[in-house]
Ligand binder design. Structure first.
Ligand code: ATR
Length: 265
């Protein structure tokens, strides 16, 4: 698709941004659907996010943007309006710019993650799940896992208070659900999810004690690059079923484009 004066713009805002997969996926989607739009990566430091978001309000040919690490939580407060799901989670990963410049936030991480597992024929009903992380993505995934009918959700995070806060927000919505704090041990869980940012860099430590994994367990990752993160490499060695990070985003593309009304105006 040639870029012309009519081309609509959307963006992905992250820091760093070099590793993001959305430009390839969205631009391939745009080509396939013959939509006159382009997605561009934008690297913005946390301290500059508010002024960047303000500038985006005035960009009349911008349909919206994807917000990712480390901006999902901060961006939620910068939107003029957020969806009920984003309000519940306290984070956004997709923002639409309406023609009047208003920014409308929504989160699709949880829905995308669960859809990715289902696409891999991994059932969630009745499963005992350990979730590592309590940031924006982990929050969305926790709500989606509970909605998908897991039997128990145990949350482990470097900052324990954030894991406890997440449990406290889930409990009133799922009063009969088994919601607890986890340690860094995966023993006894059917599914272990890495929803931390640990694994983006080769030198990162493992997000939990992965050497305790056994072959009957499933390990799911949300990091897309590298595809084989250190924790998935250990899980594969142990014979576990592994779920890569990319399906979560692939399952969100149609929903994201639709939410931004990409190329529809
Ligand atoms: P995202 O939007 O992708 O969830 P985030 O909101 O910045 O990004 O959350 C990052 C998650 O990775 C958090 O759970 C964070 O733990 P803290 O809540 O303790 O900050 C986790 N994380 C990031 N760096 C980490 C590290 N070096 N060790 C352990 N956990 C880490």
């Amino acid at each position: 698709m040639d870029i012309t004066g009519q081309t609509r713009i959307c963006a992905i805002v992250a820091d760093p941004v070099q590793q993001v997969k959305a430009p390839q996926l969205i631009n391939a989607w745009v080509d396939k659907k013959c939509v006159n739009a382009v997605l561009v990566p934008m690297q913005v430091a946390p301290a500059e996010l508010a002024s960047w978001a303000q500038a985006m309000r005035g960009l009349k040919n911008l349909d919206g943007f994807i917000a990712t690490v480390p901006h999902k939580i901060a961006m939620c407060d910068l939107c003029d309006e957020v969806s009920p799901a984003a309000a519940l989670v306290g984070a956004v990963n997709i923002v639409r710019r309406d023609p009047d410049g208003r920014l409308i936030g929504h989160i699709l991480d949880g829905e995308g993650f669960v859809a990715g597992l289902r696409r891999s024929n991994i059932a969630l009903e009745g499963k005992r799940v350990m979730l590592c992380g309590a940031g924006g993505a982990a929050n969305a995934i926790a709500f989606a896992l509970m909605a998908a009918g897991v039997a128990a959700l145990a949350i482990y995070n470097r900052t324990t208070a954030k894991a406890q806060e997440l449990i406290d927000r889930l409990k009133p919505i799922y009063p009969s659900g088994e919601l607890t704090l986890a340690t860094d041990s995966p023993v006894g869980f059917d599914l272990i999810v890495n929803a931390t940012s640990l694994g983006m860099s080769e030198t990162d430590p493992l997000p939990f004690r992965a050497y305790q994994l056994v072959a009957t367990q499933i390990v799911a990752e949300i990091i897309m690059k590298p595809a084989l993160t250190p924790v998935l490499a250990v899980a594969q060695e142990k014979g576990c079923t592994v779920q890569f990070g990319l399906p979560m985003l692939e399952c969100q593309i149609d929903l994201m484009a639709d939410f931004m009304r990409l190329g529809q105006r």
